[in-house]
Design a protein around this ligand. Structure first.
Ligand SMILES: [Zn+2]
Length: 594
């Protein structure tokens, strides 16, 4: 692996980083025996199969077979490369990653994503400075204060201001020797149409830096202070910014959401800030997009499957639209959500300012589940006239069809039938039609990955690899007997060879060994094997290796016997004599009697 981080720095991080702590920031974990168990962040599931071992510092999902160590967890979870995962952990544990010693050529090799984080960080600092400078930032500061923002919120969310100039940021970054292409790639500047230079994307706007869980700046949102349009402007999609995988405020909301088991999803930047202002730090916002399956997984990672997710809207209209669009996504992510519609004319900011946090909580208590909300809104809108009832059923049938749990669905249908005073079967029929139209696609990660098939030989091979992982003293013995050459499974053979190369020279922990492997399929398999309980002793190991040898010889003997019989049947005397010679050789090596 070529990267720019010194080996001793990586080792220091390994020494202090605890995989349980790191995973806990993304997944709600419960102690289960020796390990920790939670809902997999890499596939949708109802019952936990995601296992983390504190002892071995590895994780493995028995559902989708993803596995690895603390670095690979972050790499997959945040979609980043190894150096970025290392830097994120270094930041978390206050370990400095030196870069001064890097030669220009090495700096060049810093991954593109790292460079993008850095230029975004630069830009954020520039916007922040501009906001607090008395001259340039005065108007923006008064605007924010006018919207009720305190200095604490402004600093805490690192708000900034992009001045009313065409190239303020561009010049600043050029001074810092940031290449133009990188600024363009980060979405901070736009090339002029006449190819003569660049101009700033964000001008005369209040700036909201958007961060990921590791507190890296991935993009920006900018809001005008007057009536200009568009009111909001966000960074374009970049290699590090994908709005369907980002939630504004997640870096602040993660811990409080975890602690309270509750998260509020509000509509915009200012809503998140207002929630914070009144003590609700467990609030995030989507960035101008409907909730996606990735969002649902992120929310589930914050509060767990039994957690409470409140989608907060400022009108019935916004609420119903969101509920209808999101019901399937939540159903498929196995997460429940409630719809909280604030009283007419209120957004979280005005509501909290007028009524205070206690009333907000009382209001939240009245929030309905998605389906109940969709049903009652439809009845309120269309009424209970004959035509009204027809419209109500037409409006809710798709949502009902999206409900996976057949008991829940039956109960909703029953409830609806009672409220509309029509026959349950009539509704059921409509829901069935809707089910036929929609193509439910429950994400089954297992479909896409090779399932472990258990046959004797492969099972034995797996156990040998597990032994090499947990009892590395046996590695020389395994190599000495050439047992790996007998392996029939390619993956296992390759892993065993890798372990052989490494383990023969030095002692390495399971997490170390897992980290040697870059191919995610191999890594998952390896993590699974490393998780197996370690009950080996020297004698047990030797007995087992002998068993394996015996198994292999039996297989060879049976194979040969089959070939001999076939040759006899075909009267292929030449082949027959070769095979018989082979049989004699086997016997001569004492294989026959073992
Ligand atoms: Zn999984």
């Amino acid at each position: 692996m070529i990267h720019s981080i010194p080996q001793d720095t990586i080792q220091r991080i390994k020494n202090v980083a605890n995989i349980v702590d790191v995973v806990s920031e993304h997944v709600v974990l419960k102690k289960a025996g020796r390990n920790y168990l939670g809902l997999c962040p890499f596939h949708a599931e109802k019952t936990p199969s995601f296992t983390v071992s504190a002892e071995k510092q590895i994780f493995y999902c028995f559902g989708c077979h993803t596995g690895g160590n603390v670095f690979s967890f972050l790499m997959q979870r945040e979609g980043v490369a190894f150096p970025e995962a290392v830097r994120a952990l270094a930041g978390k544990y206050g370990i400095e990653v030196p870069t001064e010693h890097l030669s220009p050529a090495q700096k060049e090799r810093l991954s593109e994503n790292e460079q993008l984080y850095r230029v975004n960080e630069e830009a954020m600092r520039f916007f922040q400075r501009t906001l607090i400078e008395p001259q340039s930032g005065q108007r923006a500061m008064s605007y924010l204060v006018g919207r009720g923002m305190t200095r604490k919120i402004i600093d805490g969310f690192q708000l900034g201001f992009a001045p009313e100039r065409w190239d303020a940021l561009c010049r600043k970054l050029q001074e810092k020797k940031v290449p133009n292409e990188l600024m363009v790639k980060a979405g901070l500047v736009i090339p002029r149409k006449d190819h003569n230079g660049f101009y700033d994307r964000f001008r005369d706007r209040v700036i909201f830096p958007i961060m990921n869980l590791s507190q890296q700046v991935i993009g920006f949102g900018g809001r005008v202070m007057g009536a200009d349009l568009p009111k909001y402007l966000n960074s374009p999609e970049t290699p590090i910014y994908n709005k369907s995988r980002c939630l504004y405020g997640i870096h602040k909301a993660n811990r409080p959401a975890r602690a309270s088991g509750r998260v509020y999803v509000v509509e915009g930047y200012f809503d998140v800030l207002a929630m914070h202002l009144y003590g609700f730090e467990n609030a995030v916002a989507t960035l101008g997009t409907a909730l996606t399956p990735d969002h649902v997984q992120m929310l589930k990672g914050m509060v767990g499957a039994a957690g409470q997710v409140y989608l907060v809207y400022d009108s019935d209209q916004a609420g119903i639209k969101a509920a209808q669009r999101s019901v399937r996504v939540f159903e498929e992510g196995f997460l429940d959500a409630r719809i909280l519609v604030l009283p007419k004319g209120h957004d979280p900011d005005t509501y909290l300012r007028e009524h205070g946090p206690d009333d907000f909580l009382k209001w939240a208590d009245k929030a309905q589940g998605m389906i109940s909300f969709i049903i009652s809104t439809a009845i309120n809108t269309h009424g209970l006239s004959l035509e009204g009832k027809v419209k109500v059923v037409a409006e809710v049938q798709e949502s009902l069809a999206a409900v996976h749990d057949s008991v829940a669905r039956a109960l909703y249908i029953q409830q609806l039938a009672e409220r509309l005073q029509i026959d349950e079967n009539a509704i059921l029929e409509k829901v069935r039609q809707a089910t036929g139209r929609s193509t439910p696609h429950v994400a089954k990660a297992t479909d896409f990955r090779e399932r472990l098939e258990v046959n004797d030989g492969r099972r034995l091979e797996q156990q040998i690899v597990a032994m090499m992982l947990c009892y590395p003293q046996m590695i020389p013995e395994v190599l000495g007997r050439n047992l790996v050459d007998y392996f029939e499974d390619d993956q296992l053979r390759n892993i065993a060879r890798m372990l052989g190369q490494r383990g023969a020279t030095q002692q390495a922990s399971a997490a170390d060994m897992v980290s040697m492997i870059e191919d995610p399929r191999y890594r998952g398999l390896m993590a699974q094997l490393a998780l197996e309980e370690c009950h080996w002793d020297r004698q047990g190991c030797e007995r087992f290796l002998s068993q394996f040898e015996a198994h292999h010889r039996r297989r060879m003997r049976e194979d040969l016997q089959r070939q001999i019989e076939a040759a006899e049947k075909n009267k292929d005397t030449e082949l027959l004599s070769t095979l018989l010679r082979k049989k004699q050789q086997q016997a001569g090596r004492g294989l026959i009697n073992s």
